[in-house]
Design a protein around this ligand. Sequence first.
Ligand code: ADP
Ligand code: ADP
Ligand code: ZN
Length: 221
Amino acid sequence: MELILLGPPGAGKGTQSKLLETRYGVAQISTGDMLRAEVKSGSAIGLEAKSIMDSGGLVSDALIIRMIGERIARPDCANGFILDGFPRTVPQAEALDELLHTTKVDLDGVIELKVDEAVLVARISGRFTCAKCGAGYHDLFKRPRHEGVCDVCGSGDFSRRPDDKAETVHARLEAYNAQTAPILPYYRAKGRLHSVDGMADMDAVEAQIEAVLRKIGVPAP
Ligand code: ADP
Ligand code: ADP
Ligand code: ZN
């Protein structure tokens, strides 16, 4: 299965792609997570990306395209992958087409999570993750089953993204509208775009995605 999950910041791409990763045994590829790992390690890529990420803008296409090329060539992608947060610009979408063409991989489809802007701000403001295993939580919508303890790994160490603060969220939504939304018509024209209602609760969104997967011929695991 080769799938793109598309949507604005806070739409639920990470939440849903992690569920699909577990269910289908394919690799979840989040360019945001990859960049945050580069920042944490203090690498050259991390140094280049950090200030841009902190300001809510987009990192250069060249850097991202190189990163993705290396990532999907790794053995854990042999079974397929879900792209979360990539492509984010039309040049990135074009570069992906070329990459898939040369590696003879066929994209199953692009699923767009549609969520109103007011809800996105609420989702981003309450977001936190387990610092150890990366499991995602929300202050209101998904608290750990036992207060202060990660459901998945039992760690008590949680973190919040610096770019999830109110000032930056606005810039990120603008970047989405100006630079990422134009890839919707790009995939629509190719007959690849499928939209689901991302306003629904997590289980209902998951069920809608499963319905799209059946429709486009991806068998249930
Ligand atoms: P979210 O899913 O909440 O929008 P991400 O974790 O995908 O956030 O991305 C965080 C930041 O990393 C973005 O605001 C941007 O600066 C950078 N980034 C991630 N993916 C890309 C990409 N494909 N192209 C350019 N910048 C990216
Ligand atoms: P993205 O990767 O698109 O930026 P996330 O998957 O990180 O979005 O979700 C943003 C926040 O909203 C997280 O705190 C997550 O727990 C929460 N969330 C995700 N999907 C839903 C949903 N359907 N309903 C309510 N909250 C959600
Ligand atoms: Zn954990």
